[in-house]
Design a protein around this ligand. Structure first.
Ligand code: GLA
Length: 386
C-alpha cells in the first residue's frame, strides 16, 4: 500500500461531513522510448511511476456529483443527468468526461462525493490527465460492479480525452497508468493493442525524472497540429503504399516514396515517426540483452529526432539533455511525453546521482533562469484500490 501523503480521508470528512468509502490511486507514467508514435500505430515503452492521483470517494443518495480537489480551489456540484458537456478549462472536466462516457455506454450510476489529490506534478508531461481519468473510471467500475476490464478502462479514458477534452492523444498514457507493473516496462503495440511486460532492470543506475518547470502553454494545440501533420503525410504516402499507419512503413519504402510528400515539414514529421518506431525495436533488444549503454544511446537519438524532426522539444528540455551528454555518470537522456516543456528522463549512475542533481540544477539555472526539479523515480504498479 502507498504511504498516503496527506490525510485525505480526514479531509474528505471535513469537506463532505461523512466518512469516505474507498481510496483509489492511479500513478503517472514516463515513456522510456517511442515518443509521438502511439497515434501513428507504433510501439511504445512506457512504465508507471510511484507518484500519482488519489481519489477518496463515497456514494451519496441526493443525486449529485460533487467534485473537490486539494490541488485546485474550484469545486463543482452537478445534478445527476444522463449526459454532460465540458465546462471551460476546469480540472473536473476529466472526471466529468468519464462519468459522461459511462452513461454513454449505458451504465447506471448514482450520485458521488469525490475528493482528488495529486502528488504528481500537474501538466508536467507525466500524464496527470490520464491518471485522473483512469482513477475515476476504475472507481466507478469498482463501486458499481460494472466488470469493465483495465484495458477497456484505458480505452474509455482515451475516448474522453479525444472527444470530451479535445486532445487527439493516442492510447499510451491511459494504458500505462492503468496496466503498469512494478519494475516492469510495457511494450505496447498501439495498432494491435498487443502488449508485453519485461523487467526494467537498471542495476547500478537511477531513472531520474527532471521537470523543466516550463509551463506547457499551447501544448494541446501544438499536439493536435502534429497529429494532423502525421495524418497529412500518411494520406500522401498512401497514394502508392498500402498501409494503415505511418509506423507500417519501413525506412526503405519511405526513402523510395518520400517524393510523394513533397513538403519539408511533413517529411520531417514522418522521418521522426518511422525512425522512432525502429528505435523502439532496437531498445527492446538492448534491454533484453541487459545492455543499458546501448539503450542510453537510443534515448539520446530519440531526443535528437524529437528536437530536429518533430520539433516538440524546446530550449529547456534541450538544456537538460545537453547537460546530460556532458555528465560522466549519465548514459542516456531524452524528453518524455508530449514535449513543449514538461519532463525529461535520464539514466544516471547511482553513486553520481547527488552530483548530477547539484550540477544539473546549477547549469540549468544559469541557462534558463530558474531551477528544474530532479528526482529518482521508482517504477510502480498501475491503478489500484488502496
Ligand atoms: C502525450 C499523449 C500520448 C503520446 C505522448 C507522446 O502524452 O497523451 O498519447 O502521444 O504525448 O508520445
Amino acid at each position: 500500500m502507498n504511504d498516503i501523503p496527506v490525510n485525505i480521508r480526514e479531509e474528505f470528512k471535513n469537506r463532505f461531513h461523512r466518512e469516505a468509502e474507498h481510496i483509489f490511486f492511479c500513478p503517472g507514467r514516463v515513456n522510456l522510448i517511442g515518443e509521438h508514435i502511439d497515434y501513428n500505430g507504433g510501439n511504445v515503452m512506457p512504465c508507471a511511476i510511484s507518484l500519482g492521483i488519489y481519489l477518496v470517494i463515497a456514494k451519496n443518495t441526493d443525486k449529485r456529483f460533487r467534485f473537490q480537489c486539494l490541488n485546485f480551489p474550484e469545486t463543482a456540484e452537478l445534478h445527476l443527468q444522463s449526459s454532460y458537456s465540458k465546462a471551460d478549462k476546469n480540472w473536473f472536466n476529466y472526471p466529468l468526461g468519464i462519468i459522461n462516457e459511462f452513461f454513454k455506454n449505458g451504465y447506471t450510476l448514482s450520485g458521488l462525493d469525490m475528493l482528488f489529490y495529486g502528488n504528481l506534478p500537474i501538466s508536467a508531461g507525466l500524464s496527470s490527465s490520464a491518471s485522473i481519468e483512469v482513477v475515476t473510471a476504475f472507481a466507478l467500475n469498482a463501486l458499481f460492479h460494472l466488470d469493465v476490464s483495465k484495458v477497456d478502462i484505458a480505452l474509455m479514458s482515451k475516448k474522453v480525452e479525444n472527444e470530451f477534452i479535445g486532445v487527439n492523444c493516442g492510447i499510451m498514457d491511459q494504458f500505462a497508468v492503468s496496466m503498469g507493473q512494478k519494475n516492469k516496462a510495457i511494450l505496447l503495440n498501439c495498432d494491435t493493442m498487443d502488449y508485453r511486460y519485461f523487467p526494467f532492470e537498471t542495476d547500478g543506475y537511477v531513472l531520474a525524472i527532471i521537470n523543466s518547470n516550463k509551463q506547457r502553454t499551447l501544448a494541446d494545440s501544438k499536439y493536435n497540429e502534429r497529429f494532423t501533420e502525421c495524418g497529412a503525410a500518411l494520406k500522401l504516402l498512401k497514394k502508392e503504399l498500402d498501409v494503415q499507419n505511418l509506423c507500417d512503413i519501413d525506412f526503405h519504402s519511405f526513402e523510395s516514396h518520400r517524393y510523394l510528400i513533397n513538403n519539408p515539414v511533413l517529411e520531417k514529421r514522418a522521418l521522426h515517426v518511422i525512425s522512432e518506431n525502429f528505435r523502439v525495436g532496437e531498445a527492446t533488444d538492448a534491454l533484453k540483452a541487459g545492455d543499458l549503454t546501448s539503450f542510453g544511446k537510443l534515448m539520446y537519438a530519440s531526443h535528437q529526432s524529437l528536437k530536429d524532426w518533430y520539433e516538440v522539444s524546446g530550449k529547456e528540455l534541450d538544456a537538460i539533455v545537453d547537460f546530460c551528454k556532458t555528465f560522466d555518470g549519465c548514459i542516456g537522456a531524452r524528453m518524455t511525453g508530449a514535449g513543449f516543456g514538461g519532463c525529461a528522463i535520464a539514466l544516471v549512475k547511482k553513486e553520481s546521482f547527488d552530483d548530477f542533481v547539484t550540477q544539473l540544477t546549477a547549469c540549468y539555472k544559469i541557462k534558463i533562469g530558474y531551477k528544474p526539479e530532479v528526482f529518482a523515480s521508482a517504477v510502480g504498479d498501475g491503478v489500484r484500490n488502496l
